[in-house]
Ligand binder design. Structure first.
Ligand code: SAH
Length: 213
């Protein structure tokens, strides 16, 4: 698990690429410059780790494209101390970005192999969420609700009601909605019953599946 000055150079270049694509949040860009993404993917792909691309990880899942991670993090306007629920831990790369932004992170993964692997790996490189949960993100995390922010990193066929109801007033849910491709959709909770909805463009995610596996 080596991190070298060559890796650092590649990360700086990646941050430049993301800036050109419209990422302006300095804290998000600093997180991208800091987190050793090559350690999150199979070492045979190491040379590709700092391209702006998604890659296969275990269990037919993918590590999200850096631009997507940066876009979701920037859109949620994460502040220090925000209580954040993440659905789809996957490789843990998005989790690490949230932790660099000083959020208090609860992260749910439905795939046991990934849950085990990532909950061991992330703390080893210094990233410690409040909690890793092996469970079904469609249900949210009722016993820790309400949340300032909820981020979904898998493509949801519909918006799960528990996620909307587990937001604080003023809280934000960012969720890619759709089957083959998804529309990145932001919900802002205005009151107990009112939500403002913003559609933020097309993205492509692996599907959000029900139940644990
Ligand atoms: N942010 C992750 C993205 C991984 S891909 C990364 O960059 O590595 C999406 C992840 O969501 C997969 O690991 C998949 O197993 C998980 N997932 C899909 N449906 C889920 C659900 N209902 N609850 C929790 N996790 C889910």
């Amino acid at each position: 698990m080596k991190d070298t000055s060559k890796h650092q150079g590649l990360r700086n270049q990646l941050a430049t690429v993301l800036t050109a694509k419209g990422i302006v949040d300095a804290n998000v860009l600093n997180a991208i410059r800091k987190i050793p993404r090559h350690l999150f993917i199979d070492s045979s792909f190491e040379n590709h780790a700092y391209q702006d691309k998604a890659f296969p990880i275990a269990a037919e899942q993918t590590i999200s494209q850096p631009y997507t991670v940066a876009f979701q993090s920037q859109t949620l306007e994460i502040k220090g101390g925000d209580k954040v629920l993440e659905i789809g831990t996957g490789s843990g790369y998005q989790t690490a970005v949230l932790l660099e932004l000083k959020a208090e992170v609860y992260s749910i993964e439905r795939q046991q192999e990934l849950f085990k692997r990532t909950s061991l790996f992330l703390p080893k490189i210094g990233y410690k969420p409040k909690k890793f949960i092996f469970g079904d993100g469609y249900k949210g995390l009722k016993d820790q609700a309400p949340f300032d922010k909820i981020i979904v990193t898998a493509g949801a066929p519909f918006v799960p009601n528990p996620l909307l109801s587990q937001l604080k007033i003023g809280g934000k849910l960012l969720i890619p909605v759709g089957d083959k491709t998804q529309i990145m959709t932001l919900f802002i909770r205005k009151s107990a019953k009112e939500f403002e909805k913003h559609e933020l463009g097309d993205f492509s995610f692996v599907p959000m599946l029900e139940e644990k596996n």
